[in-house]
Design a protein around this ligand. Structure first.
Ligand code: MG
Length: 161
């Protein structure tokens, strides 16, 4: 059967860390603390990569870009996103749309969403209207609420070329 549409879902979490820059949605946000990770720890781009890979049945971000590999140490996650888009295009798919949610108590993300949307669309070579980014908090509940880290979720639709 020739399947024209495929959906994918991605989830990621990173803990806050002192002395790290905060990278989110491909942009650096001015904030006293950042996120810990082998790469730049861009939790939003990682969730999006996993959603894209899942939709194309191409395993996950850790499979393609292992955090044990020196070449990915502190890597800009926009490079991982661009490579992920290449993988799904190589398999014959194009992005329909992506809908993402970042869950964090701090900082306030809404002012940064247009810049993230533009940056991500440019990296993915799609129209900004294909990328939705939403921000929410955890109402001070759980590890996100205790400000131990942040989470991101992403849902995508791929269309067969
Ligand atoms: Mg990650």
């Amino acid at each position: 059967m020739d399947i024209h549409f495929r959906t994918g879902f991605g989830y990621d979490v990173h803990r806050y860390a002192e002395g790290r820059d905060l990278w989110l949605g491909g942009i650096r946000i001015d904030h006293p603390i950042g996120l810990l990770g082998h790469s730049d720890a861009d939790v939003l781009l990682h969730a999006l990569c996993d959603a894209l890979l899942g939709a194309a049945n191409l395993r996950d971000i850790g499979y393609h870009f292992p955090d044990t590999a020196g070449e990915y140490k502190n890597i800009d996650s926009k490079i991982l996103l661009a490579r992920t888009m290449q993988l799904i295009r190589d398999k014959g798919y194009e992005l329909g749309n992506a809908d993402c949610t970042v869950c964090a108590e701090q900082p306030k993300l809404n002012p940064h969403i247009p810049a993230m949307q533009q940056t991500m669309a440019q990296v993915m070579q799609v129209d900004p209207d294909q990328i939705s980014i939403k921000a929410t908090t955890s109402e001070k509940l759980g590890f996100v609420g205790r400000m131990e880290g942040m989470t991101a979720y992403s849902s995508v639709l791929l269309v067969k070329k």
